[in-house]
Design a protein around this ligand. Structure first.
Ligand SMILES: Nc1nc2c(c(=O)[nH]1)N[C@H]1C(S)=C(S)[C@@H](COP(=O)(O)OP(=O)(O)OC[C@H]3O[C@@H](n4cnc5c(=O)[nH]c(N)nc54)[C@H](O)[C@@H]3O)O[C@H]1N2
Ligand SMILES: Nc1nc2c(c(=O)[nH]1)N[C@H]1C(S)=C(S)[C@@H](COP(=O)(O)OP(=O)(O)OC[C@H]3O[C@@H](n4cnc5c(=O)[nH]c(N)nc54)[C@H](O)[C@@H]3O)O[C@H]1N2
Ligand code: SF4
Ligand SMILES: [Mo]
Length: 738
């Protein structure tokens, strides 16, 4: 029997709509959904690999229990009972601080996980909470939190209307964008140029995005904050600042003016490697463009001055009059939000890590300190780790040391689809169903999308398998000390309390309604669907459970398989501000206080170390798509990119091997000589290193590559966000295998 279904791709932030043809219970073909309101048929090679991922024989279908060093299939009952026993023992012996959790990236690509994670973390009752956020975007949450009051109020570049895009440390031609959800980001960049606008890319590598821009500016790794502040310096010194409509909502301009005064183009030139005249030219272009957006990503976040760079991006958007206006940087307004985000003004450091005394940020501790918390004896030492959809052995710093540290834990659980570099350490692995066996709504990325839209897709295949939501709810029950409970009971109680909270809130659209009536109206769908329906119907576009019959419901989204477009982003600065002053804080004290550290770095003599940066590749997704043959076949991709001048100096030859050594370890890999990287910089792609004997990744093992995070130093972080430093790592390179 043939059928065609539509499904949002969960593999990256672009959230493309896919058209999936199914024949006799198997996927026949996956292509872009041409009628999708947002992606209009765009797809990349990963999207169609959902078929191979679903069919992958290595994908786990049953829980696994580790015995005598190797994993065997187990029943769910056996697996949960073992976890219950061991967790209870460990809590009794060492207290709850001995528990830790690491949350990986795919959690934000599945709404059911997003819903279930918070209660699970709370139930664990530990401050040892880590996630991929501190090897990723935490600096942006911190700067947004300080400036706008809420860490999720992150403005995104209005790609479809801007006249000028200044993009730093991002390569959407490979990544398709991040903290800026825009299917076919490359096509949207091309359209900026086609309509007479300009695109400038700042990157130590001449990436595909740089090659397709009007201009590539090479920058010394780790120095973007100084470059951006020099741009601000020029505009402020020349009295060119224009706040536009945001003007009445901005405070702190005077403090900023004196704080950035030291960062003149001349002074930062050596540190950034950028000519002062070029800095002045870009400043002039930014201020004179009819509209402009500054946008930066991973390459500017995973560095020692990540928060300063994130702040400087929005500072520039504000002082060029581009915040919150079409063509500038704007705030999305996802349909599931009940209203504008509220809450106490953002703060960090409500508690600190035990060993390194690092501040909490967003309820988490920096994952760069996970190793020390496992290794260091004493009360509160981590003895039990749960990873959920994460692979920290490949994705977090000082990975070689983490790999060893995990062996010293008393117990480890991984909720994961694969037996891989991380989960091979786990005593129990719990696999959820495949992506095609789950429904999808983007709770996370609609919040960063360049258009307001909503889209829901049901599971492509029905399954009897235990859902990931159920796994997480059961783990929550265990963590609460309730033993192995019926997930329906806990989920039902938790939905009821969410309904009660909604009817109790004065500004809720269902304030005062009968909770029982609302529960009945949520019907018999799965628990995550009922939670989602509650959010949508009480959301700002919702039907308020019948009060506004034209409003949004999950049922309506089910009837619109290509999604609903709510149009381009609208100005809404006044509503998003939740700072103590109620204004945009241009000069938060924490940020201003950190500028001295940047100034000192700017003035320090530049050493001639080679600096290592990472890169992403179109056919990879972080660390976990390399077990799909169609995605790894072809030329070896895990190579060391080196500029010809450096190669000559170091005696490296194309295709020959080189050993790369940092303070934390060394790896050897094939050399790729290219003029598309700046002299003095080398690059290794991230997410490789599949040569662990305990893994079950038959295809990936044929092309293992090396784990670049063996070279990143867990002691190096951005102090304000706790984000790890994964770019600009000093290394030495020698020819051959050391
Ligand atoms: N050097 C360097 N390091 C980096 C980066 C870099 O640029 N350079 N980038 C950083 C960034 S941006 C990120 S987001 C992190 C990612 O870091 P992680 O989140 O730790 O790693 P992923 O590769 O996303 O790992 C996903 C894991 O989840 C499993 N998985 C996949 N789908 C599912 C699912 O549906 N359910 C469950 N339970 N498991 C699933 C996979 O098998 C895999 O084990 O890495 C960071 N690390
Ligand atoms: N194909 C594919 N797509 C992905 C992913 C993937 O692994 N593969 N991962 C997804 C995830 S989780 C994320 S977070 C996003 C990330 O999306 P992007 O931020 O676009 O990530 P990258 O492609 O790694 O681009 C980062 C760029 O920063 C440059 N860079 C390194 N150091 C510096 C520096 O100091 N300054 C400047 N200016 N540039 C620097 C690198 O050369 C690189 O070109 O991609 C998402 N999409
Ligand atoms: S660009 Fe991202 S969302 Fe779109 S098909 Fe590729 S992996 Fe999926
Ligand atoms: Mo990421």
């Amino acid at each position: 029997m043939d059928r065609t279904v539509f499904r949002t791709c969960p593999l990256c932030e672009a959230t493309c709509g896919l058209e999936i043809e199914v024949t006799d219970g198997r996927v026949k073909r996956i292509r872009g959904d041409r009628d999708h309101v947002f992606s209009a048929g765009f797809i990349c090679p990963k999207g169609s690999a959902l078929k191979q991922l679903h069919e992958d024989p290595d994908r786990l279908r049953t829980p696994m229990i580790k015995e005598n060093g190797s994993h065997r299939p187990a029943t769910w009952e056996e697996a949960f009972t073992l976890i219950d026993t061991r967790m209870t023992e460990i809590i009794a012996k060492h207290g709850r601080q001995a528990l830790a959790i690491y949350l990986g990236n795919p959690n934000v690509h599945q709404f059911a996980n997003t819903l279930a994670i918070r209660p699970l973390v709370k139930a664990l009752g530990t401050t040892n909470v880590f996630s991929a956020a501190t090897v990723d975007q935490m600096p942006k949450h911190v700067s947004a939190g300080f400036m706008f009051g809420h860490p999720l109020n992150i403005p995104v570049p209005d790609l479809d209307r801007t006249d000028y895009l200044l993009m730093l440390g991002a390569n959407p031609y490979e990544s398709n964008g991040s903290l800026c959800t825009a299917p076919d980001f490359p096509g949207r960049m091309a359209k900026i140029r086609a309509r007479g606008g300009k695109v400038v890319v700042v990157d130590p590598r001449r990436t595909k995005s740089a090659a397709n821009a009007d201009r590539w500016i090479s920058i010394r790794p780790g120095s973007d904050a100084a470059f951006l502040l020099a741009l601000a310096n020029v505009l402020l010194a020349d009295d060119q600042v224009r706040l536009g409509d945001a003007g009445p909502f901005v405070v702190g301009l005077e403090e900023v003016a004196s704080a950035v005064a030291p960062f003149t183009p001349d002074r930062v030139a050596r540190f950034t490697g950028i000519d002062p005249a070029l800095i002045r030219e870009i400043a002039a272009e930014l201020i004179s463009a009819p509209s402009a957006a500054v946008y930066s990503r991973i390459g500017t976040h995973t560095v020692g001055f990540g928060t300063l760079a994130s702040w400087a991006v929005d500072l520039l958007n504000i002082i060029t009059g581009n915040l919150d206006r079409p063509g500038g940087a704007m705030f999305p307004y996802p349909a599931h939000l009940a209203g504008h985000r509220r809450g106490r003004p953002f703060t960090t450091g409500r508690w600190r890590s035990r060993v390194r005394d690092l501040p909490e940020v967003l309820g988490e501790l920096p994952v760069a300190t996970l190793i020390t918390e496992i290794e260091t004896d004493g009360e509160g030492q981590i003895r039990f780790l749960m990873t959920v959809a994460g692979n920290p052995v490949l994705t977090t710093p000082d990975a070689g040391r983490l790999d060893s540290a995990l062996d010293t834990l008393e117990f480890m659980v991984s909720v994961d689809l694969y037996l891989n570099e991380t989960s091979q350490h786990a005593d129990v692995i719990l696999p959820g169903p495949s992506a095609l066996e789950r429904s999808h709504y983007d709770l996370a990325f609609t919040g960063f999308a360049v258009r307001d839209y909503a889209d829901y897709s049901p599971a492509v295949f029905e399954t009897d398998a235990v859902s990931e939501f159920e796994i997480l709810v059961k783990l929550t029950g265990i963590a609460l000390g309730m033993g192995v409970v019926d997930a329906d009971m806990l989920a039902g109680a938790s939905l009821m309390s969410a309904v009660q909270e909604a009817v109790g809130k004065p500004n809720s659209s269902i304030n005062g309604r009968d909770p029982g009536e609302i529960m009945d109206m949520l019907g018999e769908a799965s628990w995550p669907e009922r939670f989602l329906d509650l959010m949508l119907r009480t959301g700002h576009r919702g039907d308020a459970f019948g009060a506004d019959p034209d409003g949004l419901t999950l049922a309506k989204l089910r009837e619109t398989p290509h999604g609903i477009d709510f149009g381009p982003l609208q100005p809404r600065l006044e509503q998003v501000l939740v700072t103590a002053s109620g204004k945009v804080e241009l000069a938060p004290s924490q940020i201003i206080d950190d500028l001295g550290r940047l100034a000192a770095a700017v003035d320090r003599p530049v050493r001639d170390d080679l600096l290592l940066v990472g890169r992403r590749q179109l056919r990879s997704a972080n660390s976990w798509l390399h077990n799909v043959e169609v995605l790894i076949k072809g030329k070896e991709r895990c190579t060391l990119q080196v500029h010809p001048e450096d190669a000559r100096r170091m005696g490296l030859s194309e295709g020959g091997r080189a050993t790369v050594t940092s303070t934390t370890g060394k790896v050897d890999l094939p050399v790729e000589i290219t003029v598309d990287i700046s002299p003095g910089v080398v690059s290794i792609p991230y997410g490789w290193g599949h040569d662990h004997p305990g893994s079950r990744l038959a295809v990936a093992a044929t092309r293992p590559g090396v784990n670049t995070n063996i070279l990143s130093d867990s002691s190096e972080i951005d102090p304000l966000s706790g984000n790890a430093v994964l770019n600009g790592i000093p290394v030495t390179v020698t020819a051959g295998i050391d």
